[in-house]
Ligand binder design. Structure first.
Ligand code: ATP
Ligand code: MG
Length: 360
């Protein structure tokens, strides 16, 4: 029997609620297969800061170090609450970025996917969605503005100023592009490269490296699009995209837009992959506005489990079953509050009920 250790970081806000449902699914997978999961819960994010003074405590690091994979809920506080925590101790700076750096999880895969049968969830017209949306955003996750040097102070004119640097070296760019080309090779063999080379030098280098890497993948068609134009096209003609690759910040913004065109951020799971470690998390934040109400959509978290099964445990068939089970709940006319538009005929169910129906 295979034995996998999974660090479970439930996180903040809606994190514990959606993690509970994801764990139900993991337990079922364990029952159905010749596999055992050792679940190792740990504090991470604002909850960890309040308990220990550190958003990514040593104990959590040790648990994550020893895990075969990490399932991570969203972290963070509301804008108001976060004012009470020193800036460097905040969940994103104190836990999320250090986690990405620690495990060098440079490749973030974010599916933006809505089968035709669920097109009614999208705010886009049915004729725009056509046969369904099926995009994977490949976001660089350990470079760019998020990790560059930062400075804040008062300049010689007495004005408050801020400086943030966007830095990539060619190896960082090359490794994420290889991931994107490989993925495109397993899919439609088209890669949309999202950049801003008319303004940013980082994009100029990015595109130069892309031309070099592309030589190794002659079967892949590359289409270059400026990030601003891509934002428009994601709304007007999302079906033209299959694999989209981009730097860190562009990926953050366009993937939230991806959640928007699906109808909810609750439909956005993701996988964050490094050479030796991977963690899985919803693409969205901790949604403090709906926390504790049993109304969050756990699809993003259960979908992250599916990505873990496929990628870390070589259980692609069970991953497919998880996707099918979740989409089956929707197809049966049920959905969580985020996707239940008045008059849509959808039966609204809670976070817990959604998890139970997936397991059923
Ligand atoms: P972050 O900076 O951490 O990405 P954010 O500012 O982008 O956070 P989120 O917390 O991701 O904001 O969510 C924005 C809104 O989307 C939430 O306030 C919530 O209303 C909705 N939302 C996000 N995730 C879910 C979910 N799983 N189910 C239902 N609604 C959600
Ligand atoms: Mg966000």
């Amino acid at each position: 029997m295979k034995n996998y250790k999974i660090a479970i970081l439930a996180g903040d806000g809606i994190g514990p609620e959606i993690t509970r449902e994801a764990v139900k699914v993991l337990k079922l997978i364990e029952e159905r297969n010749d596999v055992s999961f050792e679940l190792m819960p740990a504090l991470f994010g604002a909850c960890a800061y309040f308990a220990t003074g550190d958003a990514f405590p040593q104990e959590t690091k040790d648990i994550c170090d020893s895990a075969d994979a990490i399932l991570k809920g969203p972290i963070g506080l509301s804008h108001e609450e976060s004012k009470n925590i020193p800036i460097d101790k905040q969940p994103e700076r104190g836990a999320l970025l250090p986690m990405r750096r620690r495990y060098n999880t440079y490749a973030n895969f974010r599916p933006v996917s809505l089968p035709k049968e669920l097109a009614h969830f999208s705010p886009l017209k049915a004729e725009i969605i056509g046969e369904g949306i099926d995009i994977i955003i490949v976001r660089e996750l350990v470079g760019g503005l998020y990790f560059g040097e930062k400075e804040m102070g008062v300049n010689k004119d007495g004005l408050r100023y801020v400086k943030e640097t966007l830095e990539y070296d060619e190896n960082q760019i090359r490794q994420i592009l290889h991931q994107a080309f490989k993925l495109a090779g397993h899919r439609k063999k088209v890669l949309h490269n999202i950049h801003k080379s008319n303004v940013l030098k980082s994009s100029v280098l990015w595109n130069e490296i892309l031309e070099e890497v592309a030589v190794e993948y002659p079967e892949i068609e590359v289409i270059n699009i400026l990030v601003d134009a891509a934002a428009t096209l994601l709304c007007l003609k999302p079906t033209q995209f299959d694999v989209m690759v981009m730097e860190n910040m562009f990926g953050d913004i366009l993937s939230d837009q991806g959640g928007g065109i699906l109808g909810s951020l609750g439909l956005m799971p993701s996988a964050c992959i490094g050479d030796d470690k991977a963690y899985y998390e919803p693409s969205h934040g901790s949604a403090p506005d709906i926390a504790g109400k049993n109304i969050a959509n756990p699809y993003s978290m259960i979908g992250s489990v599916a990505m873990m099964l496929e990628n870390s445990f070589d259980m692609a068939d069970e991953a497919k079953n998880v996707w099918a089970a979740m989409q089956g709940v929707f197809a049966d006319g049920f959905s969580t509050a985020d996707l239940s538009k008045p008059g849509s005929g959808v039966n609204m169910i809670s976070t817990i009920e959604f998890g139970d129906k997936v397991v059923e």
